[in-house]
Every structure is written in structure tokens, then in C-alpha cells.
Design a protein around this ligand. Structure first.
Ligand SMILES: Cc1ncc(C[n+]2csc(CCOP(=O)(O)OP(=O)(O)O)c2C)c(N)n1
Ligand SMILES: [Mg+2]
Length: 837
């Protein structure tokens, strides 16, 4: 009713304003569009909203009847997403969460059938373009890469970065997606990168639920975007709840826009533009979103839109029912203020008079809307059936093949009855899954283990092929499988001038970064103290002056969003190097590296990538928070990245040179105590390459192999020289690359010679040393060559105590290494090496 009163008063001018709003800037001359166009656009919007709603309703049914595992849908959030989609342009990026199906449909990147394919986890990327069935439904994405893993033209399409489940996990990356526009607009060398940006005119659009704004990542990102002044439009879909927990437990004053008021830009300083709008108000939403887009796009000012009064018609997800925690009044209000219901009423109430006094309506009667609603329902029902048929059809065919094979096997085998039972059971499953097929096939193989005939080898081949197929479907694309994989990049040795030039090793880093910045205009380096002073160890000294404040920059103290800057910018074609000042503080960023960066390629089936390089430095300082080396935790969390631990700055610089030619994300841990040690300055800066996944023997020996990495190698080398004095000849192997480790299996070759193995690091017991042991003994079959018990020497289980003595009694020392090796040799030859103790 409210609408009618307001809208009756509408002048033609307001109607035109409406048209401008719906058509955005290119139709500024609004008279060019007829009322008919306007009407059709509104009805098209309504149809998208209805289709989306039907998907949510049917989606829930599919879960409750057991056809899908879990459902989390966008019902109740449809109308604001229509408005966001109108303001969203080619080249723009979304970074959002699981409620955004309507937006994805409105920008033309999600059909109803694809929605259901995702719900069923259809492993075909054509069927489920969001993730090829790898992600739970409701996690959206577009394709930035083509079938060869090469960049598509991102400015010719609408882009959505791939969603992750941890609430607010979309925030750090959003910052980088927005910052990329700023870089492209202002870094002159990047003006020929039209595939990624057209003069930095792209907006990054964030969405988040009201409750998830309680997360630290939300506030960290909001602050950083305000500081950086980047084109980011952040929408908060506010339905007053986070699952069952009301806003009063989530947000001070129960209002995110209230508490963020201090961020509002004003005459005193730069900041945000903040809008508050009701989520059921189609007209105001369109107006707000257009204003927001213009501010962000033209001025590069971040905008926050607090979209209030949203609902959850079916509750949070398929796991529960909201009747349990919402009052009757609230539920009644949600019914009335359901955004689609409100939009519907607005359509029915809409009335305008043109200049001749003729009344204009969007629909002649309610019947028109009812017909449209029926059509939407039918369309979704058909889409669902098609998605299910495509999903089950593929597997049914595979099951039929297996049944046929098992039947033929049963005929030949003396255990035919048992095999027939497996076959019949499989055949009886109406809608088999792949697991059913493989369970039957693998069990059948056991029944013919003592028999030999063609059908048995056919079954073996079937199982093998099926597992190969499963690899592609469920395990491929953890790392790059393209021509640019850094694992294929060969070593290029450093070259040296004839006259030896020994320098502080940080000079090698600095000069090599200078060469890289000059060679690759896409390279940017940023972090705490990385800009003006050129990092705490001066590995970037003078480079900000040479390459400008955008390419070599200081950031706030906010590790997670430093990472996010890197992820987002790497997703838009830049080659960021994000610096985390010290390894000990990487833990603040580890969650986002693990959840977002390391999974990106995998969770999009190779359709998105972020070849970000994370630079940090660690090991062997002193104190609980300054000497950690939690490598085991890091490598366990970062599968999907390369983790490199160079022993000196030349090796480290070589890793950066390699990584920038490749298309994978990586973490490089430099040795904190190595910057002032002397190394020879190479002459081919920016060109020499340290290969990834290749160990290096840095001392040859015949009695025992010590495998180690990073700063610990210096202790190992000291011990090795002392051991030589008592007649023990140690071979020292530098792992250098923990992920991946020793692709060519060179370490085992060392064991073949020495027959003994000690792994040394300064992680906790059972940390990265256990990983290395497993690699050498199990993956490389090193156990076969051992004459002594394999051993590890690590730090104590606690964090290292402060001071030199704290270090000595917490971490492995040269004496520890000496004695550990000596003890192993004593056991092997007590006469030659009498016990020390
Ligand atoms: C880090 C993290 N903690 C908890 C969860 C479980 N969880 C999923 S959604 C949700 C509530 C989110 O509420 P809100 O942000 O308001 O979004 P809404 O679902 O209401 O749209 C929670 C707690 C999660 N996914 N991630
Ligand atoms: Mg909520």
C-alpha cells in the first residue's frame, strides 16, 4: 500500500529516473527507452527472482529426500542481488558467499540446471561450472582460465572469484581484487593489460552476512580498504541472524552501519561512503547500487551498503528449522516483508500517467504475474529433472559396464556365486554412485585372486581406469597442470664476473628484486616496512624510490589482508609478492593461505588461479615469538602451494626468478640470519633460477646422509666438519623445497651410498622432519638401503626460550648433531667409535 501512495505521486521525471536507474549510465538519455522496455526489464527481474526462489524451494526438497547432501540457499536475498547485478559491469569481480545465487543468475553466470548440478555434486565442469562438483552447492565462481589454463579476457566478462565456506574468508581477497583496479589505473607500464583492466574502471563487489561481520577478517579488510581507497562495494545482507544467533549477540548496537559510521568520508578525511537501504525496496535498491557503483568506479572510494530487513524464508540451511529460534512475530514479519512478495506488490501497485494522461502499468492484472510465476516453477522443475538425469545418467552407464563385467567374471570364476551377488546388488541400486561401483569391483577382484582368465585382467583394467578417471574428477588441479607449471622450469645457474665480488647477501636480494621489477611490470611488492625503508633487512632498499609507491609499498600491520591483497591482485593478472615480516607472524595469514590461496585452483577445477608469491623470513632468532619454525604446520596446511626454504639469498633469489615464470602460488622462507653473511654477487640477476623440487648435495660423504634445510644447514655443516676430524664422513643434502620435495628422488641415491639417514630441522619433533622421513623412507623406498635406524633431530616440543642459552637448550646445536651422528656410528661400529657417554 505504501508504494501505491508514493508511486501515484510519481512524475514522468521520476519514471525517467527509474529508467536511468535500471539502465545505468549508458542510457543516460532515458527518453530513448520506452515504457515497454522498462516494464520488460522489471518483469525479467521478477522472473529471475522467482526462478531463484523456486530453486531454493526445490533444492531443499532434494536434500530432504536424500538426493543431495546439504543445501544452503539464497531465498530471502533475491531483490538486492538484482540491483547489484544491474550495477555490475564486465571486468568487475564479485567476492561473496553462499546466498548469492540470484546475483549469479542475474549476471547470466548460473542457470537453474547448473544450480542443481552443483547441488548433486556433478563432477563435470560443463554441468557444474562453479567447481565441477568439488564444492558444496552455493559456492559460486566464473572461469578466468581457458581449457589450457591461460587467462581469458576478464574485461569482456563478468567475474566471480570462487567462494569459500569460512565466514568472512571472502574478505581479504576482495581487498586485492579492488586494489588491482587502482594499480592498473595508476601504474603507467600496465596500460596494455586490457584483458585485466580498462583504466582501472572495475569494481570489486563483496557480499557478506550480517553475523559474519563479527569476524576479524571483516574489520581488518574494511579498515585496509579505507586506507588504500580502492573501488570496493561491500554489501551486508542483514537478516538479523547468524544461523540461530540474533544480532544482539553479534554486533554492537545490532547495526553494522551504525558502528562503521566513523569510516564515513567527510571534509576531515578520506573514508567510505555508507548507504543503508531496505532489502525489499526494489526502487531504492537500484538507486543505491547505481550510486555506489559510480562512486567506487569513478572516484575509487570504497562503499558500504547495509541492506537491512532481509529474511530467510526456509531458515538458515537444510540442517535445521528456524521455527526453533525465531518468534511467531518475527516469522510473521518475515512472511510479509519477504523481498519477492514486496516486489510483487510494488509491480501490482505501479501506476504512472504519461504526458497524455494515459495510465501506465507494469502488468494489466495479477493473472500476468501468476502466469509468470507458473512458468518459473515449471522451468525450474524441468531444470532439476534434467540436471538429475545428466548426473545419474553418466554414473548409471558406468555401473552397467561394471555389472556386465562382473557377470562375465562370475561365469568363469569358481567363486561365481559370490561375484554374482556383488553384481546383482550393484544392479539393484536405482541410482548408484561411483563408490558403489568401485566397492563391488574391488571386492570382486578378491574372489578371483587365485584364478587367471581374460575377464580378470579386464576387471583389473576397469578398476585402474576408473581410478585414473577419479583422479581427474576428484584430485586434479591441486597445482598447475599447465605448460607454465614452475615444476618444469629448469635450473639456470648464477654466473659470476671473473673477479669475485663478495657482498652482504641482502644486496643480492635487493638487486635481484630490482631486476625483477624492471623485467615484469606486473610485479608488486608490499608488506610491513617493505616500502619506504625497503624492508626490515633492506632487501628492497631504494626500490620504492625507483619503482614508485604503488609497486613497492608499505602496508598496515595486518597479515591476513596482506595475503588477501596478494590473492586478489594475482587473480587479476598481476604478480604480487606479499611480504610477511617474520615467519612467526605468518600464522595470522595461514588460515587464508590454507583456505583460500592453496585451494583456489583445486576448488575451481583449474578455472581460477592466484600465482601469488609470499615472502617471509624465519628461523634462528631468539625467543618464543621470534624463533619459531613451525614448518610442519605450514606444509600440512599449504598443500596446493610450493613451500621453499632456501639456505642462502642466492638460492632464494633464484626461487623468485623461477616462480615468476610459473603460475602457482608459493611461500619462500628466507633465512633471517643470512642477510649480513657474505655471498658472491651473481651477474645474471633476475635470470638465474633455482629449480623447484630439487635437492642439492652441499657436501659429499660416505658414512651417513644428513638431510636438512634453511638455517639449520649451517649448524649441520659445522658438525660435519667436526665429525670429519673423528673420521666420520658426512654427506649433507639440502632439501630446499619442502613442497614439492625431491621430485627426482635424489635423496635415496645418497642413502644407497651411505646407508644411514638423519633428518635435522628446528621444527617440533614429528614436524617437517617426520614429513621428510616419510618422503625418503616410504615414497622413495629409502628403508631398503638402511643399515641403521633412521633418525630425526629437531627442536624441543616447546617454543624456544629467549637468549643464546635459550636457543642452545631449545634447538638443535652443532654438538647435538655431532653426538647424534656419533651415536649412530657407534652403534654400527663400537670399536671404531667408542661411546662418548
Ligand atoms: C569461520 C566459520 N565459522 C562458522 C561457520 C558456520 N556458519 C556457517 S554460516 C554461519 C552463519 C552466518 O550468518 P550470516 O553471516 O548472518 O549469514 P546468513 O547465513 O545469515 O546469510 C555460520 C556460523 C563457518 N562457515 N565459518
Ligand atoms: Mg544473517
Amino acid at each position: 500500500m505504501i508504494f501505491k501512495i508514493q508511486l501515484k505521486k510519481l512524475s514522468l521525471c521520476t519514471y525517467l529516473k527509474l529508467m536511468i536507474m535500471t539502465h545505468n549510465t549508458e542510457l543516460a538519455n532515458a527518453q530513448k527507452i520506452s515504457f515497454n522496455d522498462f516494464k520488460n526489464e522489471v518483469l525479467e527481474d521478477y522472473k529471475v527472482a522467482r526462478v531463484s526462489r523456486e530453486c531454493s524451494l526445490l533444492g531443499r526438497r532434494e536434500v530432504l529426500t536424500g538426493k543431495a547432501k546439504f543445501g544452503i540457499f539464497g531465498d530471502g536475498k533475491e531483490v538486492p542481488q538484482l540491483a547489484m547485478a544491474k550495477a555490475f559491469k564486465n571486468g568487475d569481480f564479485r567476492s561473496g558467499y553462499y546466498r548469492d545465487q540470484t546475483f549469479m543468475m542475474a549476471i547470466g553466470e548460473l542457470t537453474a540446471q547448473q544450480f542443481f548440478a552443483g547441488l548433486y555434486a556433478h563432477t563435470n565442469i560443463e554441468a557444474d561450472p562453479m567447481s565441477a562438483g568439488r564444492q558444496m552447492g552455493g559456492h559460486f565462481a566464473t572461469h578466468s582460465l581457458d581449457e589450457n589454463g591461460q587467462w581469458k579476457n576478464l574485461t569482456a566478462q563478468k567475474n566471480s572469484s570462487s567462494d569459500i565456506s569460512p565466514t568472512a574468508g571472502q574478505m581479504p581477497r576482495l581487498l586485492g581484487l579492488a586494489q588491482a583496479s587502482k594499480i592498473y589505473r595508476h601504474v603507467a607500464e600496465l596500460n596494455n593489460h586490457e584483458r585485466f583492466s580498462i583504466e582501472g574502471n572495475e569494481v570489486a563487489w563483496g557480499t557478506i552476512g550480517n553475523a559474519s561481520t563479527s569476524e576479524g577478517l571483516f574489520f581488518e579488510t574494511i579498515n585496509a580498504a579505507g586506507v588504500l581507497q580502492v573501488p570496493m562495494v561491500m554489501s551486508v545482507w542483514d537478516d538479523e541472524y547468524g544461523i540461530s544467533v540474533h544480532a544482539k549477540h553479534q554486533t554492537t548496537k545490532e547495526s553494522i552501519s551504525e558502528i562503521l559510521k566513523g569510516f564515513q568520508r567527510d571534509e576531515k578525511g578520506k573514508g567510505y561512503e555508507i548507504f543503508v537501504v531496505n532489502g525489499w525496496d526494489y526502487v531504492q535498491l537500484i538507486d543505491t547500487y547505481n550510486k555506489a557503483a559510480n562512486i567506487a568506479r569513478t572516484e575509487h572510494v570504497p562503499v558500504l551498503i547495509h541492506v537491512k530487513e532481509l529474511t530467510q524464508p526456509q531458515g538458515h540451511s537444510t540442517s535445521g528449522s528456524h521455527e526453533r529460534y525465531k518468534s511467531k512475530d518475527r516469522l510473521a514479519w518475515e512472511g510479509e516483508f519477504d523481498c519477492i512478495a514486496q516486489m510483487r506488490q510494488w509491480i501490482l501497485d505501479f501506476e504512472l500517467q504519461d504526458e497524455n494522461g494515459v495510465t501506465l502499468n507494469i502488468v494489466e492484472s495479477e493473472e500476468e504475474l501468476i502466469a509468470l510465476e507458473k512458468a518459473a516453477k515449471k522451468e525450474v522443475s524441468l531444470a532439476k529433472r534434467n540436471a538429475w538425469a545428466a548426473f545419474t545418467g553418466e554414473i548409471k552407464n558406468e555401473a552397467l559396464q561394471a555389472v556386465d563385467l562382473l557377470n562375465r567374471l562370475a561365469e568363469k570364476s569358481k567363486n561365481g556365486t559370490f561375484i554374482s551377488k556383488l553384481s546383482n546388488d550393484l544392479n539393484a541400486i536405482n541410482e548408484p554412485i561411483r563408490k558403489d561401483i568401485l566397492v563391488a569391483a574391488r571386492k570382486a577382484l578378491r574372489f578371483v585372486k587365485e584364478e587367471q582368465f581374460a575377464e580378470k585382467s579386464q576387471l583389473q583394467t576397469f578398476i585402474k581406469n576408473y581410478l585414473d578417471l577419479a583422479y581427474d574428477k576428484y584430485s586434479s588441479n591441486l597445482l598447475s597442470e599447465t605448460a607454465q607449471t614452475p615444476m618444469q622450469i629448469e635450473a639456470v645457474l648464477p654466473t659470476y664476473e671473473e673477479e669475485e665480488k663478495l657482498v652482504d647477501a641482502r644486496i643480492i636480494m635487493r638487486d635481484n628484486f630490482e631486476a625483477l621489477l624492471a623485467k615484469h611490470p606486473e610485479v608488486l611488492i608490499f608488506g610491513e616496512d617493505a616500502g619506504y625503508i625497503g624492508d626490515v633487512n633492506q632487501g628492497l632498499e631504494g626500490l620504492q624510490e625507483k619503482f614508485g609507491e604503488l609497486r613497492v609499498s608499505d602496508t598496515g600491520i595486518r597479515e591476513a589482508t596482506i595475503l588477501g591483497q596478494g590473492i586478489g591482485m594475482a587473480m587479476r593478472g598481476l604478480r604480487p609478492i606479499a611480504e610477511i615480516q617474520y615467519l612467526d607472524y605468518l600464522l595470522y595469514a595461514l588460515q587464508i593461505m590454507s583456505d583460500d590461496l592453496a585451494t583456489l585452483r583445486y576448488r575451481t577445477y583449474g578455472k581460477q588461479k592466484a600465482p601469488l608469491i609470499v615472502r617471509t623470513r624465519g628461523h634462528r632468532l631468539e625467543g618464543i615469538w621470534h624463533a619459531g619454525s613451525p614448518m610442519g604446520g605450514i606444509i600440512n596446511n599449504l598443500r596446493g602451494m610450493h613451500v621453499l626454504v632456501p639456505r642462502n639469498m642466492t638460492q632464494a633469489a633464484g626461487f623468485y626468478n623461477t616462480l615468476l615464470e610459473g603460475d602457482d602460488p608459493a611461500l619462500v622462507v628466507e633465512c633471517l640470519n643470512g642477510y649480513r653473511l657474505k655471498e658472491q654477487l651473481p651477474s645474471n640477476l633476475g635470470e638465474f633460477k633455482t629449480p623447484i623440487g630439487v635437492v642439492e648435495t652441499i657436501k659429499e660423504g660416505s658414512d651417513i646422509t644428513i638431510l636438512s634445510y634453511g638455517s639449520t644447514l649451517r649448524i649441520v655443516m659445522d658438525a660435519a666438519h667436526e665429525l670429519a676430524q673423528v673420521g666420520i664422513d658426512v654427506e649433507v643434502v639440502d632439501a630446499q623445497s619442502l613442497l614439492p620435495f625431491d621430485i627426482a628422488h635424489d635423496t635415496v641415491k645418497s642413502l644407497q651410498k651411505t646407508n644411514r639417514l638423519l633428518v635435522v630441522d628446528e621444527d617440533v619433533p614429528g614436524g617437517a622432519s617426520a614429513y621428510l622421513l616419510q618422503e625418503v623412507l616410504e615414497t622413495q623406498n629409502g628403508y631398503r638401503f638402511l643399515d641403521s635406524k633412521p633418525a630425526t633431530l629437531t627442536s624441543k616440543a616447546h617454543r624456544p626460550a629467549y637468549g643464546t642459552d635459550g636457543d642452545y637448550f631449545s634447538k638443535p646445536s652443532a654438538e647435538d648433531v655431532f653426538e647424534k651422528v656419533y651415536a649412530i656410528m657407534h652403534e654400527a661400529n663400537p670399536t671404531k667409535f667408542p661411546s662418548l657417554y
